[in-house]
Design a protein around this ligand. Structure first.
Ligand code: 13P
Length: 291
């Protein structure tokens, strides 16, 4: 079922685990993620960047694709279809109008007052349609959709101010970056904890790829309830596809080429879900234990 992220994130905040946000790029990835999360029997957020939306044809195509897969694959877990880093009110509105159940408005490149103004506009429109809203303060650095940006850490005061717009979740930039890290990530856990203690809404960690699992666990204990993963699935898929192509240089069927990375994507999801939600026992693992 397509839902907004409120119930899933509020439960995660209460129970101290994190819901995965996986970015999707095409039909196959969406299918693999839905199948694996259904097997885990856990809710999932499908993140769509503006670049990915353009690549796949547009917001309506993606909404129909996701709804079709939910029906055909008999997916029963809660699925949130979320615009990742919406760059303007207009883009967020387009996604809402196409049936996305959640949007992120990322006006973090502006000064706080402008960020608040744009975010508030999005909140008013999205909430009138039952759509949840995430916003960003400070700036998560790194590379996304081939655009590079520097890190600016969020302050507690700015987080409190932005939360007054009525957003449902907040992504405070605290040192994580999109894409691959050069060296160890340097996350400000003290500020993360402080922000969490001062806000009622769930917190989001962007740039989940490459953060060591002990740091992910610490971030969850400091109040992170949603973790965004994009590059990690791309890298793992790419490794397996390269191997497949080397071993089968004459295979040209795109179904075989693309799906040669299916197992590694699913295994990576399985591994991440265990880190994000260590108390969860997936139905399959439970069955294996009993046998
Ligand atoms: P990574 O590509 O570093 O996993 O970041 C994903 C992300 O934060 C999407 O918003």
């Amino acid at each position: 079922m397509l839902v907004n992220f409120n119930e899933m994130l509020n439960s995660a905040k209460k129970e101290k685990y994190a819901v995965p946000h996986f970015n999707i790029n095409n039909l196959e990835w969406t299918k693999y993620i839905l199948e694996q999360m259904q097997e885990e029997n856990l809710p999932v957020i499908l993140g769509v960047s503006e670049g990915a939306a353009k690549y796949m044809g547009g917001f309506y195509t993606i909404r129909s694709l996701v709804e079709g897969l939910i029906k055909d694959l008999k997916i029963t877990i809660p699925v949130c279809l979320h615009l990742d880093h919406g760059s303007s009110f207009e883009k967020c509105k387009e996604a809402v109008d196409a049936g996305f159940t959640s949007v992120m408005i990322d006006a973090s490149k502006y000064d706080l007052e402008t960020n608040k103004k744009i975010t508030k506009e999005v909140v008013e429109y999205a909430h009138s349609k039952g759509v949840s809203v995430e916003a960003e303060v400070g700036h998560v650095g790194g590379t996304e959709d081939n655009v590079y940006g520097d890190v600016f850490r969020a302050t507690l005061e700015d987080c409190i101010e932005l939360s007054k717009t009525g957003i449902d979740a907040l992504a405070p930039a605290l040192g994580s970056v999109h894409g691959l890290y050069k060296g160890e990530p340097n996350l400000d856990f003290n500020r993360m904890k402080e922000i969490n203690e001062n806000l009622l809404i769930p917190l989001v960690l962007h740039g989940g790829t490459g953060i060591p699992y002990n740091m992910i666990k610490k971030a969850i204990s400091c109040g992170i309830s949603k973790i965004n993963i994009n590059t990690e699935l791309q890298v793992t898929w790419h490794n397996d596809v390269l191997t497949f192509i080397k071993e089968h240089p004459n295979v040209y069927d795109p179904r075989k080429l693309i799906s040669s990375g299916e197992t590694s994507i699913k295994e990576k999801i399985n591994e991440l879900v265990d880190v994000f939600n260590p108390n969860h026992i997936s139905p399959k693992k439970e069955k294996n234990d009993i046998i």
